[in-house]
Ligand binder design. Structure first.
Ligand code: OAD
Length: 238
């Protein structure tokens, strides 16, 4: 076994306060493209750049165009949790992992069995009316046609954080709490490019920070252990 993976395995074995913070790279092995890799969502051709489509202004001005993108690119049917999601859920069951903090909106950590999942960017498995806030099932939003509307006439929207919108304060505070108190912090499958989520790393105070990401990140020199390998390969060994 690779020495860095062996080190991470040992840290986990000795701890009951591991926290995981991840992003789109955690779900690529389930068949969901990430955002910034060469074959990621941001490199595919679309009439508008995805960052623009995924913004609050665009959603309110062009909900029809937003929903075309949402159903074609964000909703991927039949996806299943992969080795990384499953190992994280097991670590929680074993009493080692305290929380999964994710930027993903795909619900795959919960599908794997994780209970304490903090969704910084919300979830496409929940929907609500943008006018009266009445909750709706995600089915109509994810698989219906056209712009889904509430009884009140408002546009039904996904419970995700669009660009220009603030993150949920309560979720953010809880994420800070877990990271601050963590003994081992594992960061995986995220380019650490999007703030304020990426800034969470600075709340960690320990000396067991492991970064598991295929490509380099701006925080590589900040971590105590850097593993540039597929997260599923790494998590199946720890
Ligand atoms: P990115 O696409 O920016 O980064 C994903 C990272 O995962 C890349 O650095 C890849 O190298 C790495 N990666 C891909 N597959 C991997 C694998 N199998 N194992 C290990 N690493 C792998 O995605 P995020 O950092 O999650 O926000 O992006 C953050 C936010 O940007 C998203 O939540 C989304 C997006 O705009 C909103 O929509 C608000």
């Amino acid at each position: 076994m690779d020495q860095a993976i062996a080190q991470l395995k040992q840290w986990i074995a000795e701890s009951d306060n591991v926290v995981f913070f991840g992003g789109a790279g955690v779900s690529t092995e389930s068949g969901i493209p990430d955002f910034r890799s060469v074959d990621g969502l941001y490199h595919q051709k679309w009439k508008y750049p995805p960052e623009e489509i995924l913004s609050a202004t665009f959603f309110s001005r062009h909900p029809d165009e937003y929903y075309r993108f949402h159903r074609e690119k964000l909703v991927i049917d039949g996806v299943k949790p992969n080795r990384a999601h499953l190992r994280l859920a097991k670590l929680e069951q074993e009493g080692k992992l305290r929380a999964v903090i994710t930027q993903n909106i795909d619900g795959l950590h919960q599908a794997a069995g994780s209970k304490n999942v903090l969704e910084l960017h919300g979830s496409i498995l929940r929907a609500y009316c943008s006018r009266c806030r009445k909750p709706y099932s995600a089915e109509l939003m994810n698989h219906g046609e056209g712009v889904p509307r509430c009884d009140c006439g408002g546009v039904i929207r996904p419970d995700i954080v669009l660009y220009e919108e603030p993150l949920d304060e309560d979720v953010m505070m809880r994420a800070i709490h877990y990271i601050r108190a963590a003994d081992v912090l594992i960061i995986g499958g995220t380019s650490l490019n999007v703030y304020p989520a990426a800034g969470l790393i600075r709340y960690y105070r320990g000396e067991k920070l492991a970064l598991v990401n295929l490509s380099e990140t701006p925080y590589d020199s900040y971590a105590n252990l850097v593993i540039h390998q597929k997260i599923g390969d790494v998590f199946s060994q720890i």
